[in-house]
Design a protein around this ligand. Structure first.
Ligand SMILES: [Cu+2]
Length: 109
């Protein structure tokens, strides 16, 4: 729980500290945003809400420790290729006014 709070705090901080996107909150330009990659394990999949819960490794670029948390996915069809228990690698962007958004996810071979 504490780790989740830290992660959310870091996410909020980085949104506040990203004035480049401040005027574009209603036009999410995912392609222009910095993306981060990480590995983890799928804990839960919610296709209806386009969310996936991942137990992810640390993300040093964001100073995130490893933790278990929900991510939104950009397109729910991304979740078609993964299932609970899979080890995955994924990429996500930080979206203004929201949490991290997964743009790519695939099982590790
Ligand atoms: Cu996290």
């Amino acid at each position: 729980m504490k780790k989740l709070l830290i992660c959310m705090f870091v996410a909020i901080l980085s949104i506040v500290a990203a004035p480049v996107y401040a005027n574009d909150a209603h036009h999410q330009t995912v392609g222009n945003q910095k993306s981060y990659s990480a590995k983890g394990e799928v804990v839960a999949v919610d296709g209806a809400l386009s969310k996936v819960k991942l137990k992810h490794d640390a993300v040093p670029e964001l100073q995130w420790p490893g933790m278990t948390m929900f991510f939104n996915v950009a397109d729910k069809t991304l979740l078609d290729t993964v299932k609970v228990g899979d080890q995955v690698e994924f990429e996500f962007v930080k979206v203004d006014g929201g949490g991290p958004l997964i743009t790519k996810i695939k099982p590790l071979k």
